[in-house]
Design a protein around this ligand. Structure first.
Ligand SMILES: [Zn+2]
Ligand SMILES: [Zn+2]
Length: 261
C-alpha cells in the first residue's frame, strides 16, 4: 500500500472509530478506570505514563525491524532467508508497552486497545508495507476459550477501520495446541509451533498479507504462520507487532539498541 493511499484511507472510517471511542469514554465515566502505570483514577493509561513508552526510531534492521545502531540489514537477515518480507514493531517490550500488552491480554482491559492506534498507523506509514489483507495470529483454542477474546484481533479490528483494509481472523487456524512460547527457550520455539497452523488457501492465494501479533521475540510463530501462508499461495507476507522483546539490549541516549542477537 502506497503512503498516499494510506493518507486517504486513514479518514475512511473515522465515524465508526469516534463512536467506538465515545462508548468507552461513557463506560469510563460510569466505572472510572485506574492508570496501568501510576494508578491515577480516571485514566486507563495517563498521558504522563503513556509518554514513557519506548518507541523505535529509524535505526532498525530494514528487514526484521530489530533495533540496531543504524538503518541497515542485520547479520541474521543477510545470512538467513525468511518467508517474511519485513517485520516492524512500534517499540520495545519493556516498561509501559509491556504493561499495556499485559493489561490487554490478561486483565481484560479492552478499553486500552485504541490507545495504540496512532503508534500503529505511524509505524505502518514509515514501513511501506505492501498488503491487502490483515490477519491476526490466532490464539491457542483453549486459551481463546478461557480468555473469551483474541487481544490481537481487537486492536486489529480498530486498525481495519482506520486504514480501510479488511482483517480476516478465520484464515489461519490452530490445528493443534502448543505450549506457551514464553515458557520455552529460544531454540525450542520453532519446534513448538511447527505444524500448528492451517490456512484457508482459497482466501489467501495470490494475496499480499500483513500478519498482526502483540509481541515478537524469536519470530518463530510469525515465521511458521508466514510459511503456511506461502505454501497456500500467498504472495508477500509482512508482519506488524506492537512490541519486540530484544534478547540483549542496551539503552542509550539515542534509543534502544541490541548488542547481539
Ligand atoms: Zn499514570
Ligand atoms: Zn534483521
Amino acid at each position: 500500500m502506497k503512503e498516499s493511499e494510506m493518507q486517504i484511507a486513514l479518514h475512511k472510517n473515522t465515524n465508526w472509530l469516534k463512536a467506538y471511542s465515545l462508548a468507552w469514554k461513557f463506560i469510563d465515566l460510569v466505572y472510572p478506570p485506574e492508570c496501568i502505570g501510576c494508578g491515577k483514577i480516571g485514566f486507563r493509561c495517563c498521558p504522563d505514563c503513556w509518554d514513557t513508552r519506548g518507541l523505535y526510531g529509524q535505526d532498525i534492521c530494514r528487514t526484521c525491524g530489530k533495533p540496531l545502531y543504524s538503518s541497515l540489514t542485520c547479520v541474521n537477515c543477510i545470512s538467513e532467508s525468511s518467508p517474511l518480507e519485513k517485520i516492524r514493531s512500534v517499540g520495545e517490550y519493556d516498561g509501559m508497552l509491556r504493561n499495556y500488552i499485559l493489561a490487554l491480554k490478561y486483565h481484560r482491559n479492552i478499553g486500552l486497545a485504541e490507545l495504540i492506534l496512532p503508534d500503529l498507523c505511524r509505524t505502518l506509514i514509515n514501513s511501506h508495507f505492501n498488503f491487502e489483507m490483515l490477519i491476526p495470529v490466532p490464539l491457542n483454542k483453549t486459551r481463546q476459550r478461557e480468555r473469551g477474546y483474541n487481544q490481537v484481533a481487537i486492536w486489529g479490528k480498530l486498525l481495519e477501520k482506520m486504514i480501510g483494509i479488511p482483517m480476516d481472523s478465520s484464515v489461519i487456524l490452530r490445528v493443534r495446541n502448543t505450549i506457551s512460547q514464553v515458557t520455552l527457550p529460544a531454540e525450542k520455539r520453532s519446534e513448538n509451533v511447527r505444524g500448528a497452523f492451517s490456512v484457508k488457501s482459497d482466501i489467501v492465494n495470490g494475496k499480499n498479507i500483513l500478519l498482526l501479533d502483540d509481541v515478537i521475540t524469536t519470530g518463530a510463530t510469525l515465521i511458521e504462520c508466514a510459511t503456511v501462508l506461502k505454501n497456500a499461495g500467498a504472495k508477500q507476507i509482512s508482519a506488524l507487532t506492537i512490541a519486540r522483546s530484544s534478547i540483549k539490549k542496551v539503552i542509550t541516549e539515542g534509543g534502544i539498541h541490541v548488542t547481539k542477537n
